[in-house]
Design a protein around this ligand. Structure first.
Ligand SMILES: NC(=O)c1ccc[n+]([C@@H]2O[C@H](COP(=O)([O-])OP(=O)(O)OC[C@H]3O[C@@H](n4cnc5c(N)ncnc54)[C@H](O)[C@@H]3O)[C@@H](O)[C@H]2O)c1
Ligand SMILES: [Zn+2]
Length: 375
């Protein structure tokens, strides 16, 4: 059967990585074409779908039906939902299940889920039989605009997040924007912090468009697809120029140094989701840049105003339960980034975002102390 199951053609973004190049397909209803796409990409391949329990309940049936309708054989590997699945124990289960399902070198792993599943399944794919190809089918906004693209895979160490992992690019990304309709609003909003990040990094026209159209992005429809395509195009360009993060790719960490410290300070709990921490961290990075005279105060205020308008936190006082004290925060910031003789690395703004390797730790401390006392 070759009849298209969608009315309109998907947006296609190419990640130009030579022999590791791949397409990101973005559109509403694309999951129905999963089997056809796999068949085109890898005729005769078998498939193992890795997903989590929450996504399995809602979307696994449709994914399996789409694969079966193309005559492809599939196995399912379902792990508990949540960050705790990025562990050695779950990785072992996934690897063993892939082998037990007799997935071989010409076959494919499908990661159906958010960033947790993409990171875990991608890592398992990179390890089993010295590397299996995998397809990302991201089901959260964060995964559609960020984690499914670029090939970073991994699990968490007892000593920190994402410390065990590989670079392993997917062979295809299928972002079905309709899957986001079932995402809890808070998760969608947290993912939106990463969407806004692409505008704030240096795409002023996109940021202005978001200020006008964010409600349509939340509602679904063409604006959502358009926003996701802009983000994927930006990330694809950065990844193609700097796959291993030796330079430009670090710009995607805008808001993440402050953000990670706050996330860690809240114990990576539901109190503060990753995207919420990124929103807060981005607002702080803008304000810090303004205080250093790199941008106008009005620019920092504009960034924060948009994040706040969609309901994201932008003040330390917005964190439920409060944030840790200055000493703990500074320790967490120092752990997150390399510290060289009292200087820290931050992504700051001066028109566009740039990497500043020479930020004085004492200056950051004074800035945060002010924020904490004004909170
Ligand atoms: N590899 C990268 O480049 C990269 C980049 C950014 C983040 N990450 C990683 O991504 C992870 C966070 O990803 P996330 O925010 O997608 O979290 P997640 O995968 O835990 O998903 C969030 C929650 O939403 C549920 N869910 C997912 N899709 C759903 C849907 N369509 N409908 C209803 N519920 C759904 C999940 O079951 C989960 O409970 C972190 O581990 C982070 O380290 C990786
Ligand atoms: Zn992030």
């Amino acid at each position: 059967m070759t009849a298209p199951l969608r009315q309109t053609e998907p947006s296609v973004v190419r990640v130009a990585l030579g022999e590791r190049a791949y397409d990101i397909l973005i559109g509403r209803g694309l999951l129905a074409n999963l089997g056809e796409r796999i068949k085109m990409l890898r005729p005769g391949a078998r498939v193992a779908i890795v997903t989590d329990e929450a996504v399995a309940k809602i979307h696994l049936g449709a994914a399996e039906a789409a694969i079966k309708s193309s005559g492809i054989d599939s196995a399912r590997i379902v792990v508990p939902a949540g960050e705790s699945s990025k562990s050695y124990a779950t990785l072992e289960k996934v690897c063993e299940a892939i082998i037990a399902a007799r997935v071989e070198r010409n076959d494919l792993i499908v990661a159906l889920g958010g960033g947790v599943i993409g990171d875990l399944a991608g890592f398992a794919a990179s390890c089993v039989r010295r590397g299996l190809d995998f397809v990302q089918v991201p089901t959260t906004l964060l995964a559609q605009v960020d984690s499914s693209v670029g090939g970073k895979t991994g699990i968490n160490s007892r000593q920190g997040k994402n410390l065990i992992g590989t670079f392993h690019q997917p062979v295809l990304v299928i972002a079905d924007t309709a899957l986001l309709d079932t995402l809890p609003k808070r998760e969608f909003r947290a993912g939106y912090a990463e969407v806004a990040k692409y505008g704030l990094l240096g795409d002023a026209a996109f940021f202005a468009w978001l200020e006008k159209n964010w409600q349509d992005v939340f509602a679904g429809g063409p604006a959502r697809e358009q926003a996701i395509a802009v983000c994927c195009r930006a990330k694809a360009g950065i990844v193609a120029r700097d796959e291993r993060e030796t330079g430009e790719r670090a710009l995607l960490n805008l808001g993440h140094t402050f953000g990670h410290a706050l996330e860690a300070g809240c114990g990576f709990s539901d109190m503060l989701l990753h995207g919420e921490a990124v929103a807060l961290g981005t607002a702080l990075a803008f304000e810090f840049s303004a205080q250093k005279g790199l941008i106008a105060a009005s620019e920092a205020a504009r960034a924060a105003a948009h994040l706040a308008a969609v309901g994201l936190p932008t003040h330390l006082k917005d964190v439920p339960g409060g944030v840790p004290g200055i000493d703990i925060l500074m320790d967490l910031i120092a752990q997150d980034k390399k510290v060289k003789r009292g200087t820290l690395t931050f992504i700051l703004l001066r028109g566009r975002a740039f990497v500043e390797n020479n930020v004085d730790a004492a200056e950051v401390r004074t800035f945060l102390e002010q924020k904490l006392t004004s909170a």
